[in-house]
Design a binder for this molecule. Sequence first.
Ligand code: GLC
Length: 437
Amino acid sequence: MTDLLAERERRVQWFQEARFGMFIHWGLYSIPAKMEWVRSVERMGPEAYREYFDSFDPAGFEPREWARLAKRAGMKYAVLTAKHHDGFCLFDSKLTDFKATNTRAGRDLVAEYLEAFRAEGIEAGLYFSLIDWEHPDYPHYGDRHHPQRDDEAWKGREHRWERYLAYLHGQVRELCANYGKLPILWFDFSYGEMSGERWGASELIRMVRSLQPDAVIDNRLEASGESLGSMYSGHPTEYAGDFASPEQIVPPEGVTDVHGKPLPWEACVTMNNHWGYSAADRQWKSPRQLVRKLVECVAKGGNLILNVGPDARGRIPEGSARALEAIGRWMSRNSPSIYGCGNARRPKPEWGYFTAKGGKLYAHVFETPIGSLCLPGLGGGKIARMRLLADGSELRENEAWNTKLFKDCAFVNFGEPAELTHPLPDEDDTVIEIELA
Ligand code: GLC
């Protein structure tokens, strides 16, 4: 194994044990409340967008409340947008005036977030946009995404890439040098020519590694939600990143490199359909769906980072808060089947998933069986002991007259007698902890 890969393995260890995190997309765009791309989608000029800078006043920003909610949900880490594509900085960058410190908030909101999450024992990381629609030296006219991409008035306006690169590197240095230990850095994103060395990625990553040797970094210095970058090739560049970042999808078979070797990955997923606050989007995913998707990620060897988009006052929307509380109730009883768990290397059972850790298997049962539940591949004395994970109660392997045909299965019931159908103790996901013989 090359040093690069060995280093990656060392760094991602805690991350792969943590499995569940909170993404936080927050910035000026919470005022128009049409998600974080509003500046680009509506092709807003700097003057129009300035309105949100002038009126940004998040009086309800209580990062300790966010952190406590994340903790109750069972999330072990968090990632906040220190700067998104609109260029607005929640941190006190010395390199721009376009920052929270100069709004009515008047404070370094990144520093407050970090302090609050750390105080709750949550690994607090930062998202940083490589793209910047505020900086005059970022390519504008003719760019793929810039708000002024087709505004003739911007055609031919001078912009100097080296100046933007110095700004980008300078801000990343500020974040890495001034905010203590950052467990995660989430760069976003590369597209077309704007990738890898175009960002000065080798130099950037060396600087980051010198200041934050343990930071776990995503793969978007050379990729995006659409692609994996060189980590896929099995010969990663030094800025290939530590984990893949599939977006709004749970990869069908987890994520592997070209040789089929599993890669660390994290699915980033919204709780409604947008990252940044969207007042009209009330399409909340149900706690049941989210619990099951978390289980699916873990069963496929990955993480789930679920997003919240606080509103213009700085509050996490009710729809997300409610779902997070419900996920938390499930986690409070079942998290041993998530933390430190991974792919059980068994065929997927019909009724749900297996996750595994050490000598233990966790059967996540989503579907109520008729009569006895078959645990495939576990028949013939392979099980030493079974417990309902939620309450520790004993579950016994049983045989009924109608199970005898199926030697490959161990059978289990959630009530007596064995041949009757019983409702699942938890209809979202009933977890059986199985110790193998
Ligand atoms: C995207 C979007 C962005 C969001 C991110 C999260 O690439 O540009 O708005 O922050 O994905 O994964």
